[in-house]
Design a protein around this ligand. Structure first.
Ligand code: NAG
Ligand code: NAG
Ligand code: NAG
Ligand code: NAG
Ligand code: NAG
Length: 485
């Protein structure tokens, strides 16, 4: 199969050998361009249709090296890397040589079309070639051809954006002959990695947000059914400069979350806090919408930064929900039934300690209760609650004895006494009302205490959660960077 492939080429070479003979030592008549050109015309340019090897068993050795002049961009969506290279190919024309003194020069530039040029091609090339066309190559008196040309490469590169914006990308450029098998053209690296990197660092001009971190060279062999191809794989290791993203994405996002955190300091009694948090969420959403263009778009992995944003948004929404809950407790607790005993013990006794809220001291509100010692003052058993004791915590106590306690039970009802009884009934009714009111207010107070304790507890959990997620994400970023470097 390989033989049949080569046959036409062999035929051509055979006929050329017949008519022109091998490329030979040039004999310049004088050290002038004219004389050298005549010699080249006669012995070399007429043979530009066939590879410059003396013998079919010989391989043409092509050395390749390049310098990265510009990193024009990385397209995460199209998964391509656009670079600008100075590509240098060198190979020898078998048998060609001339005497430097005889012909007047060590090297001469000749049109590319006049020579046989190897079809070196970059496997990852994905776009049409928009490289500028360079018409000349250098020809040395040893027969060496030096072909230096600029190449604009749009190469496919599998981008790993999990660590964005702290990502390191490895993109390969594989140089090899498109047509010729390894037995005809063999690729060699022209310079060491260090030399390439050194020169690249000297000339690299536009690199945008990317830093060329390292270059590695891997000679390789592509083995297909049709045959082996000699290749050289250069790996460009690029590191993104994260400053833009840190300043534009991460720092504002952290600010907003911090603001949300500090909004816990607003009193939960007002509606202020929930509307403040709502505004924050709205602002955050708008921020994400605006900054969406900065985020990479690919299908295969979700960048960690998106997880970071989701967590931030989720925290904000959770804290808003919590605020709604607390506000509800603050405003509608008067309609709630009494606090269940277990809840009171759990929250007011234990959780309050956890969140450093000392159990509240006795409130100084007015309490109204029966004074049972005054039972005997009235013979009327239905009216025996006629004495009301209004006690304040300060100890001021007022006994509202009926002014003229009936000491003579047999006495006929007098209008004054009747009036007093009426007054007493009214007072009882008022007392019952007041009692009920304060009872309800006590329940409400307890619910509010529970609300405050839970608020504090969730505030603490919020801080813990924020710290944990931020530390985790930062840790993953740092670890991944260390691993990739
Ligand atoms: C060049 O000159 C040498 C002698 O100086 C001669 O042997 C050789 O054949 C000449 N080559 C060509 C291509 O004319
Ligand atoms: C080709 O080169 C090999 C060794 O390199 C040699 O043995 C063989 O004779 C040469 N063939 C021709 C046609 O010159
Ligand atoms: C190409 O390189 C190989 C190995 O280095 C060597 O054996 C061969 O002779 C070289 N071919 C030419 C034409 O110089
Ligand atoms: C590359 O540059 C460094 C410092 O700039 C120098 O020490 C080193 O020798 C250079 N390496 C080569 C191969 O030129
Ligand atoms: C570049 O890679 C080579 C080979 O992997 C390694 O020896 C060298 O230390 C690396 N250079 C830098 C700057 O990391």
């Amino acid at each position: 199969m390989k033989i049949s492939h080569i046959k036409p080429l062999a035929l051509i070479l055979f006929f050329f050998s017949l008519f022109h003979g091998c490329v030979a030592v040039l004999n310049c008549t004088s050290p002038t361009p004219n004389s050298l050109f005549t010699e080249l015309e006669n012995h070399l340019f007429s043979k530009n249709q066939i590879p410059p090897v003396a013998n079919f068993s010989q391989t043409l050795n092509v050395t390749i090296s390049f310098t990265v002049v510009g990193i024009l961009g990385v397209d995460a969506k199209a998964q391509t890397l656009t670079t600008f290279l100075w590509q240098v190919l060198q190979w020898d024309i078998a048998g060609l040589s001339w005497d430097e003194e005889q012909c007047g020069t060590e090297r001469v530039s000749v049109p590319r079309e006049k020579l046989w040029v190897p079809d070196i091609h970059i496997s990852e090339f994905m776009d049409e070639d928009k490289s500028p066309h360079m018409p000349y190559v250098y020809l040395y008196n040893t027969g060496r051809v030096y072909d230096d040309k600029p190449v604009r490469v749009v190469s496919s590169c599998k981008l790993e954006i999990y660590n964005f914006p702290f990502d390191i990308q490895t993109c390969s450029l594989t140089f090899g002959s498109y047509l010729h098998f390894a037995s005809e053209i063999r690729m060699f690296p022209g310079r060491t990695e260090e030399q390439i990197l050194n020169e690249t660092k000297d000339v690299l001009e536009t690199n945008g947000e990317w830093d060329l971190f390292n270059i590695t060279v891997v000679p390789s062999r592509l083995q297909l059914d049709s045959g082996d191809y000699s290749e050289i794989k250069f790996q460009l290791i690029l590191r993104r400069r994260p400053t833009l993203y840190v300043v534009n994405l991460l720092v504002p996002s952290c600010f907003l979350v911090t603001l949300d955190l500090f909004s816990f300091l607003l009193p939960p009694q007002g509606v202020d806090r929930s509307s403040f948090k709502m505004t924050l969420i709205l602002g955050y959403t708008v921020f994400l919408l605006i900054m969406n263009d900065l985020l990479p778009v690919t299908g295969n992995t979700t960048p960690l930064i998106n997880v970071f944003f989701s967590i931030s948004l989720a925290l904000m929404v959770a804290s808003l929900l919590e605020t709604v809950f607390i506000t509800n407790i603050q405003f509608s607790s008067s309609q709630y039934s009494a606090v269940p005993h277990w809840l009171r013990v759990l929250v007011l006794r234990y959780l309050a300690v956890v969140v450093c809220m000392p159990p509240k001291k006795k409130s100084d509100r007015v309490t109204v209760h029966l004074n049972p010692t005054n039972k005997d003052v009235s013979p009327d058993s239905t009216r025996n609650k006629s004495s009301i004791n209004i006690t304040e915590n300060q100890g001021i106590s007022t006994d509202l004895h009926p002014v003229n306690a009936p000491t003579r039970p047999a006495a006929p009802p007098e209008p004054a006494l009747e009036e007093l009884r009426k007054l007493s009934r009214d007072l009882t009714a008022i007392r019952l009302q007041v009692d009920k009111h304060f009872q309800g207010s006590k329940t409400a107070k307890e619910w509010q205490m529970i609300g405050i304790v839970i608020d504090r507890l969730l505030f603490g959990l919020y801080i813990l959660f924020i710290l944990a997620s931020f530390v985790t994400i930062t840790g993953i970023w740092i670890l991944n960077n260390m691993y990739a470097a």
